[in-house]
Write a protein that binds this ligand. Structure first.
Ligand code: NI
Length: 227
């Protein structure tokens, strides 16, 4: 399931992150790539150890914590500390699949990557290319979102970032270990949750069927979650 979360970052935190990143000394992105991915990765990155990565990552984590759409779609158990990258001058990241388990020096140390996340930080008309291309069951999806929008996609999918031929593509990227490991099960819960939200709006006074359906949602989550 590929989910767009519009305006995860509001204007003020977005501007704050962009101002800070404008002053940064970028490093070669290959330092966090596995041996296969390193062969196809050509971008700049802020390392996990950089004090700014922690400061800006916390801004992203705070926005995630406020987003009910993110919670509903990802059912997060652990979130890898957000990292930041930049593609300029033909920079690209060829087709690859993300590492299954990421190690971090911050607690909780190990994150199984069920979902990959890209938070777009540059205005799409400020750069050419740089689409995130994800292979899914409907074929290739090429995605380039507004600054502040988040894209969630299954970490099991083959994906690439097309070459940036003008300007710079800034993004934050991270991974989520979900309470519900299976992508199909997570999708069913997400669709059920959205339908329940619509029904609650139609029946603000409540309804006996809503009590049962909400109970079924929680009983499925109980059945499928591993913590
Ligand atoms: Ni990747």
């Amino acid at each position: 399931m590929i989910v767009r979360i519009p305006a995860l970052l509001e204007a003020r935190p977005l501007a704050f992150i962009r101002e800070r990143l404008a002053l940064v000394n970028w490093e070669d992105g290959r330092i966090t790539a596995g041996p296969e991915a390193a062969k196809v990765k050509h971008n700049d990155q802020l390392t996990e150890d950089h004090p700014l990565a922690k400061e800006l990552g916390d801004v992203v984590l705070a926005a995630l914590a406020r987003s009910s759409l993110f919670t509903s779609a990802a059912l997060p158990l652990k979130v890898f500390p957000p990292l930041f990258n930049r593609y300029t001058g033909g920079g690209h990241f060829g087709a690859h699949i993300d590492t299954a388990v990421r190690l971090t020096r911050q607690a909780p140390f190990r994150v199984r990557t069920d979902l990959s996340a890209t938070l777009f930080l540059a205005d799409p008309d400020s750069y050419d290319g740089g689409e995130l291309v994800i292979e899914d069951t409907y074929g290739e999806q090429a995605v380039k979102l507004a600054a502040g929008d988040l894209l969630l996609y299954p970490a099991t999918s083959l994906h690439e970032v097309r070459p940036v031929t003008r300007g710079g593509r800034l993004a934050s990227f991270f991974w989520v270990q979900s309470m519900v490991r299976d992508d199909d099960n997570r999708r069913l819960l997400y669709e059920m949750d959205r339908a329940l939200m619509q029904l609650r709006e139609l029946h603000p006074e409540g309804h006996p069927a809503l009590i049962r359906l909400t109970g079924s949602y929680h009983n499925l989550l109980r059945k499928w979650s591993d913590l």
